[in-house]
Unconditional design. Structure first.
Lengths: 612, 435
C-alpha cells in the first residue's frame, strides 16, 4: 500500500514488486484467519472474545474498503466503476459492522437487535452485485455502458424499499420480532445467494486475465453467503456469540474480499477486451444488456404494481398497511424523481448532440460555398498555365536571340555584355514561371531532394511579407542542413500558407516579427515558423478541416488542413501551438535526404529552442 | 369560392346564430322548448367554428396545420360534450345520469387547446422533433385526467355527492382556464402585429369561457340557471370568437425566433414540466392519505387511481427514455458518419484550395516577373542604342523587345484577372489567348 512513487521502474521489476506485495497480503490474511480460529477455540465466550472478533472483522472490512478505494483511484473507466462499487459495498458493510459492534461492546448485548445495521448489511449487497454485473474486463456496447450512478441509486433505493416493505414493516407490529427476524434472514439469504450466483456466473464466463480475481470473488461471496445463513440459524437456536466458530466462514469471506482487491491490483490499467461471440449468444447478451440497462426503469415500473397489489387488501386502519402504503408512495415519488433527472440528462445530451450535428452541417454549407468557387479556381488554373506558357515561349525566343547575338558579335564586348544580362534575366524569369507552372499542373507528388533554404526564401519573397512595413522577418538556417525529400511545389504551398497565416496574425495586431528557422533533427529537417502575433485561439483544432477563426469570407478553414495533408503525404509531421512568450509557432518535420558522410545532426528538442 | 369568402360566410352564419340567441333570450320564457333551443345553439356555433377552423388546415406554414387540427379536435370534444347534454335534455328528456362524460370531454378539450398553444404557432422553427412532444403531451393529458379522477370523479362514481363534485369540477376547470390565459398572456406580450391580435383574441375567448363557467356554476347553485337565457351569452360570444380568430388563418405568417435554440429549449422544458406534473401525483396521494373526512371508499378509489396512473405514466416515461436513448445513439452515429463524409470530400477541397493558393502565388509571381521583364526591355533598348550594332543584331534586339511586350501583356492580363476575379470564367479565356 505504499508503492505510490512515480519513479521509473522497469516493468519486470514492477511486476515482481507487486507479486511480492500480493504474497505479503495473502500471508497477512492467512494469519488473520488462523488467529480467529485460535481465538475461537482458546478464548471463552465473553467480552474479550467479542472485542477481538469485532476488531478483527472491522479490520478486515476496513482493509477491504481501503484497498478498493486505492484500486479505484488508480484505475480508469469501467475498471474504476467496478472498484468504486466494491468500495461502496465495503463501506456499507463497515457501517453495519460498526453499529453492531457499538451496540455489542458498549451496551453489552450478546446479540443486539439493530435494524439500521441490518439495513446496511442488506444494502451493501446491491453495489457488489452491480459490480459483478458490470464485467469491467470486457468492452461493452454502448447500451451496457449507459448504466450510471443514477441507476445504482435507483437500485439501492428500490432494495431499501423492498426491505422496508417486506422486512422492516413487521417491526411495527407490537411485540412480534419473530416475523421480522425470519423475513430478514430470508431477504438476507436471498441477497447473499444472488451475489454468490452472480460471482459464480462471472467466474465461469471469464477466461482471461480476470479469472483469478473472479475465482476469489466467487469463493468469498460463497463463504459469505454460507456464513450469514449459518449465523442466522445459530442466532435463532441461541448458539451464536461474536468470535465463536460460527464466525469463521465470515472471517474467511472477508479475507477473501481483501484478497480480491490484492489480486485485482495488476489489472488496474488493463484495457477492456472485445470478445467474439456466437450469434445465439449475441442475442442472449443483447437481451441481458437491455434488461440490465433498463433495470432501474423496470423496478420503477414495479412499484405502482406492488402498490396496487397492496390495495387488494385495503385496510386503512391497519398500521402495517398504512406504513406500506406510505413507503410505496414515497418510493414512487423518489424513483420518479431520479428518473426525471436521468431523463433530463439524456435530453441535455441530445441537445448537445444536436448542436454538434448542426455545427457539422453548417460546416458542410460553408464547404459547399467553397466548392462553387471551385469552377472559378479551375479556370484560374488554366489561365495561369496559359500565361506561363506564353511567357516561357517569349523567354525561349529571347534566349535564342541572345545566343545569336553573342555568337554573332565577334568580340564586341558591349553588345555581348548587354545580351548576357538579357539572357540572365530571361533565364531567371523562365525559372520563376516554371515554378508557377509546375504548381498549376495537377501532378502527383514528385519527391526529389530539395534545399529548404532557397525554397523558403522564394516563399517569403512570393508572399511579399518582406514588403510589409511593420513586419520583420528573420531567417535562421543551420549551416550544413541536409536537403529534404519532398515535392518542392507542394512544400512551397505549405510554406506560403503558413506565412500567409502569420501575416494575417501580425497584421491583426499591427506588426511584429516572424522568425523562421531551419534545423536538422536527424533523420528529419525541422522548419519552424514563430511569430509574435496574438497566438492561436484553438491550437488543438488548427488542422481540422473547416476550422477557422477568421471572419466569414476571409478564411475557408481549409488552408492548414491541406498543409497537414501534404506534410503527412510526405511522411513528415506538422504541429502548432502557442509560445510561452506569446505568438504562435508552427513546426514542420520533413524527412531529410539520407546523408552518407557527415553524421553531425544533434537531436534537439523543439520546445527548448522555441525561445530562440 | 376563395377562402376569404368562405370565412366571411362562416362569420355571417355564426353572427346570425348569435343574434338569434339574443333575440330569443330577450323574449322567451324558461320552458322545455327553450331548453332544446338553448342546448342546440352552442352545438350550431361549434359546428360553424369547426368548419371555419378546418379551412385553415391547408396552410402549410411551420406548425400551423397541426395547430389548427388540435384546435379543431378540442372544439370537436366540446361539441361532443354539448351534444351529450343535448341528447339527454332533448331526446331522452331527462337529466343526464352522470355529468362525468360531458365534463371529462370539456376538460380534455382544453388540454387540446393548451397543447395547441404550447406548439408556439407563431414560430417558424417550431415543430421539429415532434415524436417526443407527442409523448409529453400524452403524459400531461393523462396527468390532468388523473387529477380530475382524483379530486372530482369519486364524488360521482363512488359516492353521489354533487355538493362536493360540482365545486371541485368548476375549480379544476378554472385552474385550467387560468393556465391557458397566463400562457397566452406571456406569448401575447412578446408578439407583434397580427399575431398580437391573434393571441389577444384567444385571451378574450378564454376569459369569456372562464367567466361563463363561473357564472353558470353560481347560477346553478342559486337555482337561477336555465338553458337558452342570457346566462349562456358569454359562452356563445366565446364560440363566436373562435370563428373570428379562424378567419385570421389565411394571413398568419410564422416568424423566425429571435433567440437561437428556442425550440430545443422549449422541448426540454416541456419534458421537465411533464415530469414535475407526474411527480405531483404520489405527493397528492401521500397528502391525501392523511386526510380524515374522506369516506373510505373514496380514499380507496383514489389510491387505486393514483397507483394505476403511475403505472401508466411510468410506462410512458420508460418508452420515452428508450426513445431518447435510441435517438441519442442515432445522433451520435449520424454525426460520426457526417464527420467521415467531411473527411472523404476533403480531398476535393484540397484541390480547390491548392488553386486558391495558386492565385496568391500568381499574384506574387506577376510582381516578380515584371521586374526582370522591365530589365530585359531596358537592356535591349541599350542594345539598340549602340550605333555600331549590326543589322542582324538590331533585328534580334527588336525581336527581344517584341517578346518582352508579349510577355508583359500576358502578365498584365493575369494581374487584371487576379485583381478582379469576378471576370474569371472560361469564356474569357479564349480571348485572352490571342492577346
Amino acid at each position: 500500500m505504499k508503492s505510490g512513487s512515480n519513479s521509473p521502474v522497469p516493468p519486470a521489476e514492477q511486476a515482481k514488486r507487486s507479486q511480492r506485495l500480493l504474497s505479503y497480503g495473502y500471508s497477512l490474511v492467512a494469519v488473520a484467519v488462523l488467529l480467529s480460529l485460535v481465538a475461537a477455540l482458546a478464548l471463552p465466550k465473553g467480552f474479550r472474545l467479542s472485542l477481538f472478533g469485532d476488531l478483527l472483522e472491522a479490520g478486515l472490512v476496513v482493509t477491504f474498503a481501503c484497498l478498493a478505494l486505492q484500486n479505484m483511484l488508480r484505475s480508469h473507466a469501467q475498471v474504476r466503476a467496478f472498484w468504486f462499487l466494491l468500495f461502496i459495498g465495503a463501506t456499507m458493510w463497515l457501517a453495519s459492522l460498526m453499529i453492531w459492534s457499538t451496540h455489542e461492546l458498549f451496551f453489552q448485548r450478546a446479540v443486539p437487535d439493530v435494524p439500521l445495521a441490518d439495513i446496511f448489511l442488506f444494502l451493501g449487497l446491491v453495489p457488489l452485485v452491480a459490480a459483478t454485473a458490470l464485467e469491467p474486463q470486457k468492452a461493452h456496447d454502448s447500451r451496457l455502458r449507459s448504466f450510471g450512478l443514477l441507476d445504482l441509486s435507483i437500485l439501492i433505493l428500490y432494495s431499501l424499499y423492498l426491505f422496508a416493505f417486506f422486512v422492516y414493516a413487521y417491526r411495527l407490529l407490537p411485540g412480534d420480532l419473530a416475523i421480522y427476524n425470519h423475513n430478514f434472514n430470508v431477504a438476507d439469504s436471498i441477497g447473499n445467494q444472488l451475489f454468490a450466483v452472480a460471482t459464480g456466473v462471472a467466474f465461469i464466463r471469464e477466461r482471461g486475465a480476470w479469472r483469478p480475481v473472479y475465482r476469489l470473488f466467487f469463493f468469498s461471496a460463497a463463504a459469505h453467503a454460507l456464513s450469514s445463513d449459518l449465523i442466522n440459524v445459530a442466532i435463532d437456536t441461541g448458539g451464536y456469540y461474536t468470535g465463536s466458530l460460527y464466525d469463521f466462514p465470515l472471517i474467511a469471506g472477508m479475507s477473501g474480499f481483501v484478497c480480491v482487491c490484492l489480486a485485482g491490483r495488476p489489472l488496474l490499467q488493463s484495457a477492456p477486451v472485445t470478445e467474439k461471440r456466437k450469434e445465439g449468444q449475441q442475442k442472449l447478451l443483447r437481451g441481458f444488456a437491455f434488461v440490465f440497462s433498463n433495470l432501474a426503469m423496470l423496478v420503477t415500473l414495479s412499484t405502482p404494481g406492488i402498490g396496487l397489489w397492496l390495495l387488494t387488501t385495503y385496510a386503512p386502519h391497519d398500521k402495517l398497511f398504512a406504513f406500506r402504503l406510505e413507503i410505496t408512495l414515497l418510493t414512487i415519488f423518489l424513483l420518479t424523481l431520479l428518473l426525471s433527472i436521468k431523463q433530463d440528462f439524456l435530453g441535455a445530451n441530445l441537445f448537445g448532440s444536436l448542436r454538434n450535428l448542426s455545427h457539422t452541417y453548417s460546416s458542410i454549407e460553408r464547404f459547399k460555398d467553397h466548392l462553387v468557387q471551385g469552377d472559378k479556381l479551375a479556370s484560374l488554373g488554366e489561365l495561369v498555365a496559359n500565361v506561363a506558357e506564353q511567357i516561357r515561349t517569349a523567354m525561349n525566343v529571347i534566349q535564342e536571340q541572345v545566343s545569336v547575338i553573342i555568337t554573332r558579335s565577334g568580340g564586341e564586348s558591349r553588345s555581348q555584355a548587354l545580351a548576357g544580362k538579357i539572357g540572365q534575366y530571361a533565364e531567371r524569369t523562365d525559372a520563376l514561371v516554371e515554378n508557377m507552372q509546375r504548381f498549376a499542373q495537377e501532378t502527383p507528388l514528385e519527391l526529389a531532394p530539395v534545399e529548404v533554404k532557397p525554397l523558403l526564401e522564394s516563399a517569403l519573397h512570393l508572399s511579399r511579407i518582406d514588403k510589409l512595413k511593420n513586419v520583420q522577418v528573420q531567417l535562421q538556417a543551420e549551416a550544413d542542413c541536409p536537403a529534404v525529400l519532398a515535392d518542392s511545389s507542394q512544400l512551397l504551398h505549405v510554406f506560403l500558407q503558413i506565412i500567409s497565416n502569420a501575416m494575417d496574425a501580425l497584421e491583426e495586431i499591427g506588426g511584429g516579427e516572424l522568425t523562421v528557422s531551419i534545423r536538422s533533427c536527424d533523420p528529419q529537417v525541422c522548419i519552424q515558423f514563430s511569430d509574435t502575433g496574438p497566438g492561436l485561439r484553438h491550437p488543438e483544432h488548427a488542422f481540422e478541416p473547416f476550422f477557422t477563426t477568421k471572419p466569414v469570407g476571409k478564411g475557408t478553414g481549409l488552408g492548414l488542413s491541406t498543409c497537414y495533408g501534404i506534410i503527412r503525404q510526405h511522411e513528415g509531421d506538422i504541429t502548432c501551438g502557442n509560445r510561452l512568450e506569446g505568438g504562435a509557432y508552427f513546426t514542420i518535420f520533413v524527412p531529410a535526404v539520407a546523408r552518407t558522410a557527415s553524421e553531425s545532426g544533434i537531436p534537439t528538442s523543439v520546445v527548448s529552442e522555441r525561445a530562440g | 369560392m376563395n377562402i376569404q369568402a368562405r370565412h366571411k360566410i362562416f362569420l355571417g352564419l355564426a353572427g346570425a346564430i348569435f343574434l338569434l340567441h339574443l333575440g330569443v333570450a330577450a323574449f322567451a320564457k324558461p320552458s322545455f322548448r327553450l331548453t332544446i333551443f338553448g342546448d342546440a345553439l352552442p352545438c350550431g356555433l361549434l359546428v360553424v367554428a369547426i368548419l371555419a377552423v378546418r379551412e385553415n388546415f391547408r396552410f402549410h406554414r411551420a406548425v400551423l396545420p397541426l395547430f389548427w387540427k388540435l384546435m379543431a379536435a378540442g372544439l370537436f370534444q366540446m361539441l361532443l360534450s354539448q351534444a351529450y347534454w343535448f341528447y339527454y335534455d332533448s331526446v331522452r328528456r331527462y337529466s343526464a345520469p352522470s355529468p362525468v362524460i360531458g365534463d371529462t370531454l370539456f376538460l380534455l378539450a382544453h388540454v387540446f387547446f393548451l397543447s395547441a398553444f404550447v406548439l408556439r404557432p407563431h414560430s417558424a422553427s417550431a415543430g421539429h422533433d415532434m415524436r417526443l412532444r407527442h409523448l409529453d403531451f400524452a403524459l400531461l393529458t393523462f396527468w390532468w385526467l388523473a387529477l380530475y379522477g382524483y379530486f372530482a370523479l369519486p364524488w360521482q362514481s363512488v359516492v353521489q355527492d354533487f355538493t362536493k363534485y360540482n365545486p371541485t369540477y368548476y375549480f379544476l376547470a378554472l385552474v385550467q382556464h387560468l393556465m391557458i390565459i397566463i400562457g397566452l398572456a406571456v406569448v401575447w406580450k412578446r408578439s407583434r402585429g397580427l399575431w398580437r391580435t391573434f393571441y389577444g383574441s384567444f385571451i378574450c375567448l378564454f376569459l369569456l369561457i372562464a367567466a361563463a363557467n363561473l357564472l353558470q356554476s353560481v347560477a346553478i347553485d342559486h337555482g337561477l340557471y336555465y338553458s337558452g337565457g342570457y346566462y349562456d351569452t358569454p359562452f356563445l360570444v366565446s364560440l363566436l370568437l373562435v370563428t373570428v380568430v379562424a378567419s385570421y388563418g389565411p394571413s398568419l405568417q410564422p416568424e423566425e425566433d429571435k433567440t437561437p435554440n428556442r425550440e430545443i429549449n422549449q422541448s426540454l422544458w416541456t419534458a421537465r414540466i411533464a415530469m414535475v406534473a407526474i411527480l405531483t401525483l404520489p405527493v397528492i396521494a401521500l397528502l391525501g392519505s392523511f386526510e380524515k373526512n374522506v369516506p373510505e371508499d373514496v380514499a380507496a378509489f383514489r389510491l387505486r387511481l393514483v397507483l394505476g396512473a403511475m403505472l401508466l405514466l411510468s410506462g410512458l416515461v420508460f418508452w420515452k427514455l428508450t426513445l431518447l436513448a435510441r435517438e441519442l445513439r442515432r445522433l451520435v452515429r449520424l454525426s460520426q458518419a457526417s464527420l467521415e463524409n467531411l473527411k472523404s470530400v476533403q480531398a476535393q477541397v484540397t484541390h480547390s484550395q491548392k488553386l486558391a493558393a495558386l492565385g496568391r502565388l500568381a499574384a506574387g509571381a506577376t510582381h516578380e516577373i515584371s521586374n526582370p521583364l522591365t530589365a530585359i526591355l531596358g537592356y535591349s533598348e541599350l542594345l539598340t542604342d549602340i550605333p555600331s550594332l549590326s543589322p542582324g543584331d538590331r533585328e534580334s534586339a527588336q525581336i527581344i523587345q517584341k517578346q518582352v511586350h508579349r510577355a508583359q501583356a500576358a502578365v498584365n492580363s493575369l494581374r487584371n484577372t487576379l485583381r478582379n476575379p469576378g471576370s474569371l470564367h472560361p469564356t474569357t479565356m479564349g480571348e485572352r489567348e490571342d492577346s
